[in-house]
Design a protein around this ligand. Structure first.
Ligand code: SF4
Length: 85
């Protein structure tokens, strides 16, 4: 089982995700006050992106780094939610 992260670890990982995130190059991206990183559970779905125009997650460094398998995180929610976990 995955061990729980401390708040500091979560914050560090969130910063790492946001620094590598390519969400804003995605065709579905909407300019708003969000910074992306929707695949990270502490960030989660977008409150602004409702229309899917395609997904670039597969080419994002975060995708490889976090060993992700799904996509469309901004509308479908984080990996675990999509996997029914
Ligand atoms: S994998 Fe997708 S949702 Fe996660 S940071 Fe990259 S582009 Fe954004």
């Amino acid at each position: 089982m995955e061990s729980e992260m401390t708040p500091e670890e979560t914050e560090q990982k969130e910063q790492m995700v946001l620094s590598m995130c390519t969400c804003n190059s995605c065709p579905s991206w909407v300019e708003c006050d969000e910074a992306g990183g929707y695949c990270f559970p502490a960030i989660g779905k977008s409150a602004h992106i409702t229309e899917e125009k395609g997904c670039n997650c597969g080419g994002c460094p975060v995708y490889a780094q976090m060993d992700l398998r799904h996509g469309y995180y901004r509308t479908e929610g984080p990996e675990k939610e999509q996997a029914g976990m």
